[in-house]
Design a protein around this ligand. Structure first.
Ligand SMILES: *[C@@H]1O[C@H](CO)[C@@H](O)[C@H](O)[C@H]1NC(C)=O
Ligand SMILES: *[C@@H]1O[C@H](CO)[C@@H](O)[C@H](O)[C@H]1NC(C)=O
Length: 509
């Protein structure tokens, strides 16, 4: 230390410790050095945190689902050309409004109001200076796919108007109805990204079976030859993945239940059952004693079938095995038109299932409702569903008093439908443990919107053909999960075209 400086400074009373009248030289040196260290640290943090703020970017994806519209705000950084995603609670936030965009065919303006509400949420989570650069995209799925093209466009146009004025970066072609096979592909990407299998041996990847409200997606690597409309080819790292990806429109849980009930009514009318058995055909998928009168249809995707016409025409008479066979009948419809070697569901092409699978969305919610383990057997679901379906409604209501009645009564159908879909149709054995039920892996949500975001960011950062190293921020720190070279091959369409969580099926808790 420079003694003269010290001497000079010692004359300034400001720097004297107020607690000791006689400050000795050692304590003065200590005081000054700690002040300098504090100043240096302060400057360092100021510099470093502003650098972090500069590097922090945001992306917004609005998922237009059949039962509601959910916005996701992603926080990420680009470090040395690498995409670094933040999966902490602050890094990834979302919000949902009901009902889905597809229910606004009569009044498209109201779709705009719903989107405006979501945009407000995004603004709260993205600082003003980050908004102009942050992209906002709207991708709608099955609920909208079921509408006529003109209706889709009228709703999307209203949404586009809101997004153009949102302050986020937006282009009109960023608000679209995505295809079912893209939706499945995005879900597959996020799952394998989270599992660390993207960029590795295709045979070690995990397939995805998603059960949504209006559609179900099946996506997995297959080495069987496939018709082009069912296949997606994509390259990550040194590997090319031949994916089967298909969306079964109308086979989502809610639409399937509506269709099943409609068919029960019309069958009742055909066979004249109506005149027998207290005048009404039986509904085996609803527990005895349930009354449909109170249903508001708040979550109903759209008027695929007229609801009230048949609801009052059915008598709830829960019977699991009958509900399961009615579900199977629905899934097999059109099988006579199968033009492939075999069809598991309707006349849809599907290769033999290969490898491990994650069953997500309503598969997960149903298994969670019944308290099943993440790697439960279908036989466990069958037993739990049977008990539920055949129980009296008053008892169920008492047991699950905190749940909404309309949501609660559907678990009879979903437990039967899942067994009809996974076992009776796709041939997954009742004691097969290749299928896990999950909605996240570690702390990464298995949401197709995240997969779409990952792919779009990677494409836009122009990470191809250099190595794309994606980091994941977990609760504990930075962690490299994937080292992959990202590129597109023919067959992959342009990418402009997707709660407190319990332990996931595969990741450690
Ligand atoms: C890809 O293959 C090259 C050449 O065989 C090899 O050097 C490289 O490490 C591989 N990359 C990955 C990510 O496996
Ligand atoms: C359910 O239906 C099956 C077949 O119709 C019948 O054998 C069985 O007894 C019914 N179960 C109940 C609990 O009513």
């Amino acid at each position: 230390m420079d003694p003269i400086k010290l001497q000079l400074r010692s004359n300034r009373p400001v720097f004297r410790s107020p607690y000791s009248k006689q400050s000795n030289p050692t304590s003065r040196i200590l005081l000054y050095s700690s002040i300098s260290i504090a100043v240096i640290l302060f400057c360092y943090f100021l510099f470093f945190s502003s650098k972090i703020r500069q590097n922090t970017k945001y992306g917004v994806v609005i998922d237009g689902g059949s039962t509601g519209t959910r916005i996701h705000v992603f926080k990420y950084e680009v470090r040395n050309g690498n995409l670094v995603l933040d999966f902490t609670e602050k890094g990834l936030v979302s919000m949902k409004v009901n009902p889905g965009l597809s229910s606004y065919t009569e009044e498209p303006e109201r779709a705009g109001a719903a989107v405006a509400e979501l945009v407000e949420f995004a603004k709260k989570n993205v600082p003003r200076e980050g908004r102009g650069e942050a992209e906002i995209r709207l991708m709608a799925t099955a609920g909208m796919r079921l509408l006529k093209k003109e209706d889709q466009e009228r709703i999307l146009d209203v949404c586009r108007r809101v997004l153009r004025g949102s302050g986020f970066r937006f282009r009109d072609d960023w608000a679209t109805v995505i295809s079912g096979s893209d939706e499945g592909f995005y879900a597959w990407v996020v799952a394998n990204y989270a599992l660390g299998t993207l960029g590795g041996d295709p045979a070690k990847t995990t397939g995805i079976i998603e059960l949504g409200g209006a559609s179900a997606q099946v996506t997995f690597v297959s080495n069987e030859p496939m018709p082009p409309e069912y296949s997606q080819k994509v390259k990550f790292g040194n590997f090319t993945y031949n994916l089967y990806s298909h969306s079964l429109l109308q086979f989502g849980q809610n639409v399937a239940l509506e269709l099943l009930r409609a068919s029960l009514v019309s069958r009742g009318q055909e066979t004249g059952i109506e005149s027998l058995q207290r005048g009404k055909p039986m509904d085996p998928c609803t527990p005895r004693g349930y009354s449909h009168d109170k249903e508001s249809w708040k979550d109903s995707p759209n008027s695929v079938v007229e609801k009230n016409r048949y609801l009052s025409a059915l008598l709830p008479n829960g019977n699991y095995s009958e509900c399961r066979s009615a579900s199977l009948k629905l899934l097999q419809k059109g099988k006579d038109r199968c033009s492939y070697q075999s069809c598991y569901i309707g006349s849809t092409f599907m290769p033999k299932l290969q490898g491990k699978f994650l069953a997500t969305e309503n598969f997960f919610y149903t298994s969670k409702f019944f308290g099943l383990a993440p790697r439960a057997f279908l036989s466990d679901l069958l037993a739990a569903g049977q008990q539920f379906c055949e129980e009296d409604w008053s008892k169920l209501k008492k047991k699950y008093h905190s749940l909404d009645e309309e949501d609660l009564h559907r678990y009879c159908f979903s437990s039967a439908y899942i067994v009809a879909l996974l076992h009776d149709s796709l041939g997954i054995a009742l004691d097969d443990d290749r299928v896990g039920y999950a909605n996240q892996v570690q702390n990464i949500p298995l949401d197709w919107a995240l997969g779409a975001f990952i792919l779009q960011s990677a494409a836009e950062l122009d990470l191809q053909p250099s190595n794309w190293i994606a980091f994941v921020v977990s609760g504990v720190g930075w962690m490299v999960t994937t080292q992959a070279q990202y590129g597109m091959l023919d067959g992959l369409r342009p990418l402009v075209d997707q709660e407190a969580r319990p332990c996931s099926a595969l990741g450690p808790c």
